[in-house]
Design a protein around this ligand. Structure first.
Ligand code: AMP
Ligand code: MG
Length: 420
């Protein structure tokens, strides 16, 4: 069963205050964060990696469910032991993991016990096998021992009924271990966000297996954006490629409005003659063009098409990637129910020189080398090879900055953006 979660986004959710010219990156992020809401359906499913929890999940059983032994050794009642050499007669039988000892161990006696075995009645303390000697059917060790030594308390990890994982958490391999240990077979999850990806441009050829004329180029953005969306755990839906023709783009968006939760387009997002995406969205989709103080990037077209948010990314593949990582990822994550995400970068010495102008944030394709963060030889935003050369991005702040070798800069590995 699935239910649509209200509220949908309002049609004017991307509106900018009057007179805003260049929006700083952080302000643009803040606006997206405020105005977007989760738009996903909820269902019940067996836990899988990548799913986002649609509700808090509580332990159905304690871990461990009963007190048990943390080591191989001998178990007994602490109260019957003392200082000096201890000699405890062994009872018949043993306690092993999955094979509990039936019956009670009398005070002053001991039982052979193995790791993971639940403590038999009468046992609260275990002595490590290596610290003992056997004298016939008697175990011998030095006292005093600590009460409850080498044992695990019931529920010392998680108590039955306690919060195991919170709503909005995205499941990873260790979470599957936790849920299984706590007896949780099914969890409330959000259906994966359906992310449609559309390329636009008369020059674009969709399939590199087909012949391209000299004036044509193969579509670089669509495979990249589809793969990003998939890697982020979403349902990536290929909406193909449309020429610079309003009716054809509109037809694709109409189809998308029925099939996906959010659309990423690339190309045609500026305000030029051939920028059919922004023109169409302005006329029919409540477009707001955010001129973001960002290099590479700048125009980000945001609109609602029949109730579905459309992110119009720049056509240049470098700018398309940067905008997708910086804006698309947190926005989509929020819409998916997993909450806003902020990438975690770290400080590294620059291994380059650059005189950065004030007034916009810059992201440079970068790699970590022995001297620090190295940047790609060209900042040209059509240089797709630089994206592959890089292992991450260097972020230069909005203000002016003279970077010389050794200047500390912020490096975000691609992985910080959830890129695989
Ligand atoms: P536009 O934003 O449409 O003006 O495109 C800016 C630049 O990016 C132009 O050089 C386009 O040819 C190029 N471009 C647009 N879309 C793609 C795409 N899907 N793959 C590769 N390059 C593209
Ligand atoms: Mg174009």
């Amino acid at each position: 069963m699935s239910t649509v979660l209200p509220p949908r986004l309002r049609d004017d959710c991307f509106a900018m205050p009057q007179g805003v010219a260049w929006v700083p990156v952080d302000e643009a992020l803040g606006l997206l964060r405020d105005r977007l809401t989760p738009i996903v359906r909820q269902l019940t499913a067996k836990p899988e990696v990548g799913q986002v929890l649609a509700g808090d999940v509580h332990a159905r059983r304690s871990n461990p469910p009963r007190p048990n032994s943390a080591v191989d050794g001998y178990g007994f009642a602490f109260a019957a032991t003392g200082q000096g050499v201890q000699r405890l007669p062994l009872v018949d039988g043993r306690a092993a993991a999955g094979q509990p000892f039936e019956g009670a161990v009398p005070a002053g006696q001991a039982v052979r016990i193995l790791t993971g075995a639940i403590l038999p009645e009468g046992v609260d303390t275990v002595v490590l096998e290596e610290d003992t000697a056997l004298d016939g059917a008697t175990v011998v060790f030095d006292g005093p021992v600590k009460p409850r030594a080498n044992t695990r308390k019931a529920g010392e990890d998680v108590v039955e009924g306690a919060l195991a994982l919170p709503k909005g958490h995205r499941l990873r391999a260790p979470d599957l271990a936790l849920l299984s240990a706590l007896g949780v077979a099914e969890v409330p999850v959000y259906a994966p966000l359906r992310v449609g990806v559309l390329s636009t441009g008369d020059e674009i050829i969709g399939d590199p297996a087909t012949r391209a004329e000299p004036h044509q180029i193969y579509d670089a953005n669509r495979p990249m954006l589809l793969a990003l969306a998939r890697g982020w755990g979403f349902d990536a839906v290929d909406l193909g490629h449309a020429p610079d023709d309003a009716e054809q783009i509109a037809a694709r968006l109409d189809h998308a409005a029925d099939a996906v939760d959010v659309v990423l387009t690339s190309g045609g997002a500026s305000a030029g003659d051939e920028d059919h995406v922004s023109r169409l969205l302005r006329e029919r989709g409540n477009l707001t063009s955010w001129r973001i103080a960002l290099k590479p990037g700048r125009p980000l077209a945001l609109a609602m098409w029949r109730g579905v948010p459309v992110f119009g990314l720049p056509g240049n593949p470098v700018a398309a990637l940067v905008c997708a990582l910086v804006f698309g990822r947190p926005a989509l994550s929020l819409m998916s129910g997993a909450g806003w995400v902020t990438p975690q970068g770290f400080t590294a010495p620059a291994a380059f020189t650059k005189s950065k102008k004030p007034g916009r944030r810059e992201y440079l394709r970068a790699q970590l080398g022995p001297e620090g963060a190295e940047v790609f030889k060209s900042e040209g935003s059509g240089r797709i090879s630089g994206l592959s050369w890089a292992t991450g991005l260097v972020e230069l702040p909005d203000g002016a900055l003279e970077v010389t070798p050794g200047t500390l800069v912020t490096f975000y590995p691609y992985a910080a953006f959830g890129m695989q």
